[in-house]
Design a protein around this ligand. Structure first.
Ligand code: TXA
Ligand code: MG
Length: 340
C-alpha cells in the first residue's frame, strides 16, 4: 500500500517532511520531487533499502545511482576532492547537476554498482532538501519511473509507474525543469560530460574551462559503458513506434512524406508548425523560440502520445545547441527511427 503525501513546496509543514524522513530512516522507499524530475529515494547507507530501489524500478544492477545531499559540505565525508575543485562545484550547487567523484569506502557498493566513483547531487528543490536534511543521511535516488520509461515530471506519472511498489509518494506538484540533471565526470584531468541536462556546456566551460563532450552525447557513437553505464539503455521510450525528424529547413515536407505511410499518425510539433498539419493529429511540444518550454514538456508529451490510438509518433527535433543538446539526447534515445 502506497501512502500519498500532499506537500506544497512553497509553504510546507515540516511535520509532513518529518513523517517521510521517518520512512527513509526505517529503510523504506520514498518518492520525492526535485527541480529536475521526481526521484525514488532510500537511505544511501542502507544496502537492503537501496536494493529495494532496483527492484521497485526494475533497474539493472550494473547502473549506479546518484547520492543526494542537502548541503554541499556533507559530501566531504563520502568523496575525495581537492579544495580547488570543491570551490568550483560549490558555484553550481544547489542545482540541476550531478558530479561523478572518487568515492570513500563508506558509500556501499550497491549504490555505485561496484565502481570506485560515486555520483553526487545537491538538489535545489525545497522538499528534496528538507527531506534529506530531516533524514540525516544521503538519499540514493534514480528517477522515479519504471526502468525504460520517460522520467516523471508530474506526480501523476509517478502514480502510473510506482503506485503499490513504494512506501510513500510525495505529491509536490509539477517539477521545474523536466529534464534530468547534467552529469559531469570530474575524476580525470579534463571534465567529461556524461549526460547533458539543464546546465549547458557553455555554463560548464565557464566554471571548468575545457570540457570533453563525447560523441555518444549526440547519438553519433557507441556509448562508452565504462564511463557512462546508464547511457547504453534505451530510455524514455514510448511503446509505440516513434520517429524523430532531425531539425532542418525542409522538415515540413519530410514529415508529410513520412506521414503518408501510416494510417493514423500523431505529429509532436512546434507551435509555429502546427498550421502545416491541419489534416493530421498533433500535440504541441512548445515554441521553436523557447527550448526551455520544450524541455519542460518533453517527458509529459512522450507519455501522452503513447496513450492515444495513433499508430505512430512523429516528433520534430530541435537544433543541437544550448539546451537543445539535452533535448535531442533524450529524443534520440526515445526514437525507434531517426530521419536526418
Ligand atoms: O535529475 C536527476 O539526476 C534525477 C533526480 C532524481 O536527481 N536522477 C536521475 O537518476 O536521473 P538516474 O538514476 O535516472 O540517472 C543517473 C545517471 C545514470 O545515467 C547513471 O548511469 C549515472 O547517472 N551514474 C550514476 N553513478 C555514476 C558513476 N559513478 N559513474 C558514471 N555515471 C554514473
Ligand atoms: Mg532515469
Amino acid at each position: 500500500q502506497t501512502k500519498i503525501l500532499e506537500i506544497d513546496p512553497l509553504n510546507f509543514q515540516l511535520e509532513k517532511i518529518k513523517e517521510a524522513a521517518e520512512y527513509i530512516k526505517a529503510g523504506k522507499l520514498v518518492v520525492f520531487p526535485t527541480e529536475t524530475v521526481y526521484g525514488l529515494g532510500a537511505n544511501a547507507l542502507d544496502e537492503t533499502a537501496v536494493k529495494n530501489i532496483f527492484i521497485a524500478k526494475g533497474r539493472p544492477s550494473d547502473n549506479p545511482l546518484i547520492a543526494h545531499f542537502s548541503d554541499i559540505k556533507d559530501i566531504l565525508d563520502f568523496v575525495e576532492i581537492d579544495k580547488n575543485l570543491f570551490e568550483k562545484i560549490k558555484i553550481l550547487t544547489p542545482g540541476p547537476i550531478t558530479f561523478v567523484l572518487k568515492k570513500k569506502k563508506n558509500i556501499p557498493d550497491i549504490v555505485t554498482a561496484g565502481r570506485n566513483t560515486v555520483a553526487v547531487r545537491i538538489p535545489a528543490h525545497p522538499i528534496a532538501r528538507a527531506l534529506i536534511k530531516e533524514s540525516n543521511t544521503p538519499i540514493a535516488a534514480p528517477s522515479a519511473n519504471l526502468s525504460g520509461k520517460p522520467s516523471p515530471t508530474d506526480p501523476q506519472h509517478v502514480i502510473e509507474d510506482l503506485n503499490g511498489r513504494v512506501d510513500i509518494i510525495i505529491n509536490g506538484g509539477k517539477v521545474d525543469f523536466g529534464l534530468e540533471s547534467t552529469v559531469i565526470d570530474l575524476t580525470e584531468k579534463i571534465p567529461t560530460l556524461l549526460r547533458p541536462g539543464p546546465i549547458t556546456p557553455e555554463k560548464l566551460r565557464e566554471i571548468f574551462g575545457k570540457i570533453e563532450i563525447p560523441e555518444f552525447i549526440y547519438g553519433k557513437a557507441k556509448v562508452d559503458v565504462a564511463r557512462a553505464p546508464g547511457m547504453k539503455y534505451r530510455h524514455y521510450a514510448p511503446d509505440k513506434k516513434t520517429i524523430l525528424i532531425e531539425y532542418s529547413e525542409n522538415r515540413i515536407e519530410k514529415i508529410h512524406q513520412l506521414a503518408k505511410n501510416y494510417k493514423n499518425p500523431l505529429i509532436i510539433a512546434f507551435k509555429e508548425d502546427e498550421k502545416y498539419f491541419s489534416e493530421i493529429d498533433t500535440l504541441i511540444s512548445g515554441s521553436i523560440e523557447n527550448y526551455f518550454e520544450i524541455a519542460t514538456n518533453l517527458f509529459a508529451f512522450l507519455r501522452e502520445a503513447d496513450k492515444t490510438n495513433n499508430d505512430v509518433i512523429i516528433i520534430e527535433g530541435v537544433e543541437d545547441k544550448g539546451l537543445g543538446i539535452s533535448i535531442m539526447n533524450r529524443l534520440r534515445k526515445a526514437a525507434t527511427e531517426i530521419w536526418r
